[in-house]
Design a protein around this ligand. Structure first.
Ligand code: NAI
Length: 395
């Protein structure tokens, strides 16, 4: 079939297999271009491995460190002539490339929150890989069925306490408008923490520990975001921010567990705001990202997921010294985004942006191009007018 982008609000319901593969190859090329990461991990489990920061982590581990990787993700195969989700195609491309280099790459597709997927992952590690020296926890999900209670929790992206009014952009239509979001109630706050907080990360680490599948000195990292004040009501101080506080709480427990396991460590890496499937669903944030991209590209400091994670591994986690923690014990790879001159420029542009000057004052074009790339569209060298086979079996 001929596959074209079909954008519906903040999702694209189609994905291009060869385009996704080309995107993955760009990321592999970036990591290989930066050279081997000395002292990097050799056996790595990535939970949330098929897109965004998790995929970048898996690619950095495999192609920067020569690691065997097991990736856990939740993707839909193609069915009835409908293309698969992009993470499906990304994973196949990543796996092919890793195996071509003689690296083990194993894939587990299913609900990472469930006991069954944890059990299957442990089985694969036991049989094929052995104890891991790094666990990357990079899930972004709108829902979680709790494995003990069976309760289905749904996360919401809302402010806490007061309603919040700010500018937002419809990235598809290019319309800047004002949005007011009512505050979350107690149940929504608890549900969002159940989904995006740290309980599941702890469950994974305890299961790995009990199974003897953590190598002495093993590390674990999970990703968070803080960002500038303009987004705080919806992010840092909103439901997702409270969930991230819980992720930090879990990180401290896991850190204790890993310290006892041969002097390992767990920490949160605070990453840069980037276009991913997860971030495009957050009100206000895509407008901030569009402004940020323009300013950081002009400053020569713009990075995508792969640049962020390669820099995290090469300069913070495996550079032979301590990663350099902030006052709350987090690694800050959002340092370039948060530079005072970058944020001052964002603050200057923010109040001036309108529908009419969106293209001039922001990098909405770059945002849209990155968004389409997530689904394998707009990659150089791909002929989107020719037939392509959407059905590709998982490896
Ligand atoms: P993403 O949407 O690109 O990736 C999410 C991953 O989780 C995918 O591999 C998906 O298959 C997997 N997943 C979702 N539900 C699952 C389930 N039930 N079982 C198994 N796998 C499941 O998201 P993104 O943006 O890469 O987010 C990853 C982490 O990075 C999140 O914790 C997010 O808060 C954080 N982060 C994201 C930033 C951004 O701007 N995108 C900035 C800083 C942190």
């Amino acid at each position: 079939m001929i596959i074209r982008p079909k954008v519906r609000g903040f999702v694209c319901v189609t994905a291009h297999p060869e385009g996704c593969a080309a995107h993955v190859q760009e990321w592999i090329n970036h990591v290989q271009g930066r050279g081997p990461i000395a002292g990097g991990p050799k056996r790595v489990l990535v939970i949330g491995a098929s897109t965004g920061y998790g995929l970048a982590s898996r690619i950095t581990a495999a192609f920067g460190c020569g690691a065997s990787t097991v990736g856990v993700f939740f993707e839909r195969p193609s069915e009835e002539g409908r293309p698969a989700t992009p993470g499906w195609y990304n994973t196949i491309a990543m796996t092919r490339a890793a195996r071509a280099r003689g690296l083990f790459a194993g894939n587990i597709n299913g609900d990472a929150f469930s006991d069954d997927i944890k059990r299957r992952t442990l089985e694969m590690l036991r049989a094929e890989v052995g104890p891991v020296d790094l666990v990357v926890y990079s899930l972004a999900s709108p829902r979680r069925t709790h494995p003990r209670t069976g309760v289905a929790h749904r996360s919401v992206l809302k402010p806490v306490g007061n309603s919040y009014t700010n500018k937002t952009v419809d990235t598809d239509k290019g319309v800047v408008s004002t949005v007011t979001i009512d505050p979350a109630n107690e149940a929504e706050i608890a549900d969002t923490t159940a989904v995006m907080g740290g309980e599941d990360w702890e469950m994974w680490m305890n299961a790995l520990s009990e199974a003897g599948l953590l190598a002495p000195g093993a590390q674990s990292v999970a990703y968070s975001y803080i960002g500038p004040e303009v987004t705080w009501a919806i992010y840092k101080n909103g439901t997702i921010g409270l969930a991230k506080n819980d992720l930090e709480r879990a990180g401290r427990n896991i850190d204790s567990l890993l310290k006892l396991n041969g002097g390992g460590r767990a920490f949160i890496s605070v990453n840069k705001a980037l276009v991913t499937q997860a971030s495009s669903a957050i009100p206000v944030v895509p407008l901030y990202i569009s402004i940020l991209y323009k300013i950081m590209k002009a400053a020569g400091t713009h990075e995508g997921c792969i640049e962020q994670v390669q820099r995290l591994f090469a300069t913070r986690m495996y550079n032979g010294s301590k990663p350099g923690f902030d006052e709350a014990g987090r690694v800050r790879i959002d340092d370039w985004e948060m530079r005072p001159e970058i944020q001052a420029a964002v603050r200057e542009v923010w109040p001036r942006v309108t529908t009419e000057n969106l293209a001039e004052l922001t990098d909405i074009a770059g945002y849209r191009a990155d968004f389409l790339k997530l689904f394998g569209f707009g990659l150089p060298g791909i002929n989107y007018d020719t037939e392509t086979e959407p059905h590709v079996p998982m490896l």
